[in-house]
Design a protein around this ligand. Structure first.
Ligand code: G16
Length: 580
């Protein structure tokens, strides 16, 4: 009886929320003989979002991602978890973004945004997976365990911001997230269709009290536009730079966002926006957008490229950006995340040197970085490069080790982070009356560059403005930019296998440790190619194994990729046609 009273003593915190009870034998007993009306009501809500199959789903590279029809219960539960996380973080806002980014339209996904606009803390990913995989009948008990384990103060309010992309399933899933927040007695604010980086910024800006909530959207676009315009006014070197750009919106939410930014840019950047059909579901990411351009090494469809004019492609939630152009001979040229990284890092390095500030600067890449980009950055630019596993969360974390950390994945996902030390030194120098005038100007510019960057997460639109700033400052055309270094020919492939998780990797994805013998086979194949390099890893966002290969010529790179893909197919239970 005493133990039963203990259960009741904990309940008044949120009386209608029995899931916060500690899980004790007595509790189970109590529930078995006397299920309360509230318990039944809560259970009925959970069962409105039933777990339809028992396939394990994991919080992966970018949250949960799979076919949209399998996600309702996951998103509902992530709404619940976000409300719990908000309480665990002293009632700060937490974000829930509904998107499958570059994936095809029938897919969808959900990822959580932490209070400073960063990705969900890694330790909580396992909690998210536990909740997503609990059976409907176990969910309340599992949630109670999480509440106790994380020591949430249930008396605190909870606030969750919800955002979604333009997928046809996103509205329905957004409602599931809102239901989850309400289930856990939190307040849900629906921000509607926003890019992933917009939601990250909203969470950050709200929690930092930067702007009143009704002005979050305005604040986001104004901050980007005003810092870009100030920088543009300062920069007089134009030479080969032209402000005309073709923008490929991937028929997704990036197209909606850019339309809101455009009027604020005046004539500093003259964008023609293409691939803006956010209403026809089948068009999203279809033969356009950053992922298509990067993986197919081809111009986006949907418009006729003008020779030598820059094309900026974003992905389905506008957190990645890829530049490209078609020359007057109709030859396609790709300027991916590696080129963006070296362009940005070189510019920042120059400013650091010219400012006289003592700031460390480093660059973070993954195994997908083209070998020649790493060589150029380390040997010619003399900038240190660190490697992490795939997934911006890993790169972001590593980049924080520098005062100025530039990170980009080859797929165009990345940004720049600044340490508190860097921000303080810049502010101090700006107020230093004895500072030499030329240094002051550089430091002012560095401050404006910091403003144009969305440091919370990779942001295609902010990254585009940054690239445009550097190109303008350098007075470069696409050809000038491309002349920095030449990519080694490479090829990306996907292999379908029974269970992609039989493949495990080590050494920042560069080697695989499982299944036994696979790495040895890959090494054997690679050894016969000049400048050959290849690695394989299970995707965190699609049900495939990814194969990357580079070699001295395109023919060799293609051949190496196919050979390695076949090795994977044979060693990891390949399904469907043999890779060719
Ligand atoms: C996500 C991650 C990226 C990662 C990409 C591909 O991007 O945020 O860091 O590079 O998935 O991951 P994988 O090779 O594991 O499928 P996005 O733009 O799809 O959210």
């Amino acid at each position: 009886m005493n133990r039963l009273r203990r259960v009741w003593r904990l309940s008044p915190a949120i009386p209608t929320c029995p899931v916060l009870y500690p899980v004790t034998t007595t509790f189970t007993f109590h529930r078995q003989i006397s299920p309360r009306a509230t318990d039944r009501k809560m259970q009925a809500t959970i069962e409105k979002y039933p777990r339809k199959n028992d396939v394990y789903i994991q919080y992966g590279t970018a949250g949960f991602r799979t076919k949209a029809e399998l996600l309702d219960h996951v998103v509902f539960r992530m709404g619940v978890l976000a409300a719990l996380r908000s309480r665990a973080k002293g009632s700060m806002a937490i974000g829930v973004m509904i998107t499958a980014s570059h994936n095809p339209e029938p897919d969808n996904g959900v990822k959580l945004v932490d209070p400073h606009g960063e990705m969900l803390e890694v330790a909580w990913e396992a909690i998210a997976s536990r909740l997503a995989n609990a059976s409907d009948s176990e969910f309340q008990e599992e949630l109670a365990k999480v509440a106790i384990q994380t020591g949430v103060d249930v008396n605190k309010p909870a606030l969750v911001f919800i955002g979604r992309d333009t997928r046809s399933s996103s509205e329905r899933l957004g409602e599931a997230a809102i239901a989850g927040v309400k289930f856990y007695q939190g307040t849900a604010v629906d921000h509607g269709q926003v890019t992933t980086p917009m939601l990250h910024y909203y969470v950050y800006a709200h929690n930092m009290n930067l702007t009143p909530d009704p002005q979050l959207e305005d604040s986001y676009f104004s901050k980007l536009a005003s810092s870009f315009i100030s920088l543009s006014k300062e920069i007089t070197t134009k030479k080969n730079y032209s402000p005309f750009v073709d923008f490929d919106g991937a028929n997704g939410v990036g197209a909606l966002a850019i339309e809101k930014l455009l009027p604020r840019l005046g004539n500093t950047l003259l964008l023609t926006v293409h691939n803006t059909d956010t209403v026809t579901p089948s068009t999203l990411n279809k033969e356009c957008g950053a992922d298509y351009v990067k993986t197919h090494v081809a111009a986006p469809k949907g418009f006729e490229p003008t020779p030598n004019k820059r094309i900026v492609s974003v992905d389905g939630d506008a957190d990645r950006v890829i530049y490209s152009y078609v020359d007057s001979q109709k030859q396609f040229h790709l300027m991916d995340g590696d080129h963006i990284a070296s362009l940005v890092a070189g510019y920042l390095m120059e400013m650091v040197k010219d400012s006289g500030l003592e700031l460390s600067l480093g660059l973070v890449q993954t195994a997908y970085a083209n070998g020649n980009s790493t060589k150029y950055i380390t040997e010619t630019m003399k900038i240190p490069v660190a490697f992490t596993s795939t997934g911006v969360k890993h790169l972001h974390h590593k980049a924080l080790e520098y005062d100025i950390g530039v990170y980009f994945e080859a797929n165009g996902h990345g940004t720049v982070v600044f340490s508190n030390n860097a921000r303080n030194l810049v502010l101090q120098a700006m107020n230093d009356e004895k500072l030499d005038e030329s240094k002051r100007r550089v430091i002012m510019r560095l401050k404006q560059v910091m403003e144009v960057i969305n440091s919370t997460v990779g942001d295609a639109i902010s990254d585009m403005l940054l690239v445009e700033t550097v190109l303008k400052a350098r007075g470069w055309s696409m050809e000038d930019w491309e002349a920095a270094y030449q990519d080694l020919p490479s090829r990306l492939m996907k292999v379908h296998v029974k269970d992609r998780n039989v493949i495990e990797t080590v050494d920042a994805d560069r080697k695989c440790s499982k299944p036994d013998g696979l790495q040895k086979e890959i090494d054997r194949v690679v050894s016969s190619y000049s400048f050959g390099r290849s690695f394989v890893r299970p995707s965190g966002t699609e049900d495939v194994v990814r194969v990357y290969a580079e070699a001295e010529t395109q023919v060799e790179a293609d051949k190496l990729a196919v050979e390695v893909a076949r090795v994977v197919y044979n060693n990891a239970d390949g399904v469907g046609p043999i890779p060719s």
